[in-house]
Design a protein around this ligand. Structure first.
Ligand code: SAM
Length: 182
C-alpha cells in the first residue's frame, strides 16, 4: 500500500472510459500514461509540466506505449488558459521534484494553491482531484506545511477533502489527498 495505490484506486472508481483527465504534473509521464488507460481512446488527457525534459519524457513514454495526450509546457497555475470550467472528471497532482531530474525545480505552495483552485473549477460536479504531497529531501517541508491547513479552508458545501496519513512510517511518507467536488 502506498500513495500511488490509493490515488489510482480512487481514480479507477470515479473515472471511466470517455472521461476527461488532467495531469497537473506530468514528470516522467507515468500518471499521464495511467490516465490514458483509464479514459481510453474515446477520452481525453491533458498534462502540464514546466520542464521541457519532463514533457519530452512523457511524450517518449506515451509514444512507446501507443497512447495519446495533449502535453502542455506551462505551469499548472495557468491551467485555466487551456481547460474549460466543468470539463474534467479528474485532476491529478504529484507534488515535489522530477525523479532523476533537477531537484532544485519543484512545486511551490503559491502556484500549487492557484492550480488547485483552477483545477477545482475545471472539475465537473462528481469529479475528483487527487494530490499526492511528496515533501522532505531537497523540496523541504514548506509546501506541505502551508497546503494542509489551507485545504481545511475549502468550502465544505462544495468539496469533501480527505487527507490520509501513513501514520507510523518514519521517513516523510507521501500524503495522498482526495478532494471530491459535490
Ligand atoms: C513528482 S514529479 C511528477 C511525477 C509524475 N506524475 C510521474 O508520473 O512521473 C513533479 C513534477 O512537477 C513539475 N512541476 C513543478 N512545478 C510545476 C508547475 N508550476 N506546473 C507544472 N508542473 C510543475 C516538475 O517539473 C516535476 O516534473
Amino acid at each position: 500500500m502506498n500513495a500511488l495505490f490509493i490515488v489510482h484506486e480512487v481514480i479507477k472508481k470515479y473515472v471511466g472510459k470517455g472521461g476527461v483527465a488532467i495531469d497537473a504534473t506530468a514528470g516522467r509521464g507515468y500518471d499521464t500514461s495511467f490516465l490514458c488507460d483509464v479514459v481510453g481512446d474515446e477520452g481525453k488527457v491533458i498534462a502540464f509540466d514546466i520542464q521541457e525534459s519532463a514533457i519530452n519524457s512523457t511524450k517518449e513514454l506515451l509514444d512507446k506505449e501507443g497512447k495519446r495526450a495533449t502535453l502542455i509546457l506551462d505551469s499548472h497555475a495557468n491551467m485555466d488558459k487551456y481547460v474549460e470550467e466543468g470539463m474534467a472528471d479528474c485532476v491529478v497532482f504529484n507534488l515535489g521534484y522530477l525523479p532523476h531530474g533537477d531537484h532544485s525545480i519543484y512545486t511551490h505552495f503559491d502556484s500549487t494553491k492557484e492550480a488547485i483552485m483552477k483545477g477545482l473549477n475545471a472539475l465537473k460536479s462528481g469529479g475528483v482531484m487527487c494530490v499526492s504531497i511528496y515533501y522532505g529531501g531537497d523540496s523541504g517541508y514548506e509546501e506541505k506545511d502551508a497546503l494542509i491547513p489551507w485545504l481545511k479552508t475549502l468550502d465544505d458545501k462544495l468539496y469533501q477533502v480527505l487527507v490520509t496519513y501513513f501514520h507510523n512510517w518514519k521517513k516523510d511518507p507521501p500524503i495522498p489527498v482526495v478532494i471530491f467536488k459535490l
